[in-house]
Design a protein around this ligand. Structure first.
Ligand SMILES: *Cc1c(COP(=O)(O)O)cnc(C)c1O
Length: 434
């Protein structure tokens, strides 16, 4: 039995998913550790800092586990920063990116020595003021957009001609401005680019890194010393959602980078990475009960408890975010039986709430389960409050011979919490307004 099948069987046997908890996220702790180890192996340089893009799985136990595996945090909001700190990630292993950092956020980051990548000229002007007000140990850099083109998912392509992120490197005068900005500010020591994400081919990502490296070389030549000491190459490595195979691997990406940008790893530059999806996606799944099965106009439909509230991107952009679905029976055993096309629907009250359409699966029945694979990244952060469906619980597991142990990563949202978040304390105020 595979680890995954055993986890599903035990999740059902132990009631992690059952008649009263119809939906849960599951994370394989050993798989996360193996993925983190693969990242370290691929980038062995002593000057390398790996961070995890918190938005991919904003779960304190996950950040804590990754911190134990030598991986810090890339944060983009006060909330994400609070999670990283609560997980015990030291400030010198946190990087703050975000196109909309407020002055207060910047001041706090600088006070704690957290690395900051300025997104734009106006933010740099704020940093001029703040670094003048109080000394800081924060490494500070500028994010550039190498403008190398679009991947296959436009909404996730960060390095297009007109992307909202960073200083657009190829715009008229931008390069000269950047070189000048560094020349005037000896405290600017980093350059950052995040080219991705899903749908962006690695050679395109490597071109983005090359552009940043060449800019660093130009700056350092101009100022006559190694002022830019660190290159933050972002995340963005795509994930294979079509099978269990990990492709591309961190190893392959590191080799591609070494071939495309030979100077990157020659020891002159520290390297920061910010992978999100590729670190967590394949360690997680969503497990949901089938409530009903029916047929409509010749289409077989399984109504499950996994829909847009947990698989938001898949439901709203199914071409970009197809998911593999596995069928399990009421005891959590892999379903046998000749696959027939079935539509896996969610519980939300809109017609498009579909996880998969006409997907060949063994015939599903009420009480069965479906597993949505490769959902460890972004599926536990992109919840959607439609129909007041609660955020599902997320559980971590570890399997030994014949036994699987579960721990809570995030408790399911309770009805009381849901009611409170929906304005319970203010129930009459609107009516009293005249
Ligand atoms: C989202 C994001 C990442 C992580 O992207 P993945 O595709 O999940 O690897 C890294 N850096 C920045 C700045 C981001 O916005």
């Amino acid at each position: 039995m595979t680890t995954r099948d055993q986890a599903v069987r035990e999740a059902v046997a132990q009631g992690v998913v059952g008649p009263r908890n119809h939906l849960a996220g599951l994370l394989d702790a050993a798989h996360i550790r193996r993925t983190a180890a693969a990242l370290h192996t691929a980038f062995p340089g002593p000057g390398t800092l790996h961070t995890f893009a918190v938005k991919a799985a904003p779960l304190i136990p996950v950040l804590h586990l990754l911190a134990g595996a030598g991986i810090g945090c890339e944060v983009a909001s006060p909330g994400e920063l609070a999670l990283a700190r609560r997980a015990g990630v030291p400030p010198d292993r946190i990087v703050l990116d975000s196109p909309a950092k407020t002055t207060d956020e910047l001041r706090e980051a600088l006070a704690h020595g957290i690395a900051v990548n300025a997104d734009n000229r106006q933010e740099l002007a704020r940093l001029d003021r703040l670094t003048g007000e109080a000394p800081t140990t924060s490494p500070i850099g500028i994010r550039v957009n190498p403008q190398i083109g679009t991947g296959s998912i436009a909404a996730l392509s960060t390095a297009t001609e007109t992307s909202k992120f960073g200083v657009a490197l190829r715009d008229e005068g931008a390069r000269e401005w950047l070189v000048g900005a560094f020349t005037e500010r000896p405290w600017l020591t980093r350059l950052h680019a995040h080219v991705g994400s899903q749908g962006c081919p690695p050679p395109l990502m490597a071109e983005g890194v090359r552009a940043v490296y060449e800019l660093a070389e130009e700056i350092n030549r101009t100022v006559g010393r190694q002022q830019v000491r660190t290159l933050d190459i972002g995340g963005g490595l795509p994930v294979n959602f079509a099978s269990d195979e990990v492709t591309p691997t961190f190893e392959e990406y590191a080799r591609l980078l070494a071939a495309t940008v030979p100077g990157l790893f020659d020891g002159r530059y520290g390297v920061v990475t910010e992978f999100g999806r590729s670190l967590l996606a394949k360690s997680g799944m969503v497990l949901a009960r089938v409530e009903y099965t029916k047929s409509a106009g010749g289409r077989l439909i399984a109504v499950t408890h996994a829909g847009a509230q947990v698989a938001t991107r898949t439901v709203f952009a199914p071409e970009s975010w197809p998911l593999r679905v596995l069928a399990y029976d009421a005891q959590g055993r892999p379903k046998r039986g000749e696959p027939v096309p079935q539509t896996v629907a969610g519980p939300c009250c809109f017609a498009g709430d579909l996880i998969a359409v006409d997907r060949p699966l063994p015939p599903l029945e009420p009480g069965d389960h479906v597993a949505l694979l490769d959902t460890g990244a972004y599926y536990f952060s992109n919840h959607f409050a439609y129909n007041s469906l609660p955020r599902p619980g997320v559980y971590g597991y570890a399997s030994t011979e014949g036994h699987t142990r579960f721990v809570t990563v995030r408790a399911p949202q309770s009805l009381d919490e849901l009611v409170a978040e929906s304005g319970a304390d203010h129930a009459t105020e609107l009516s009293a307004l005249r």
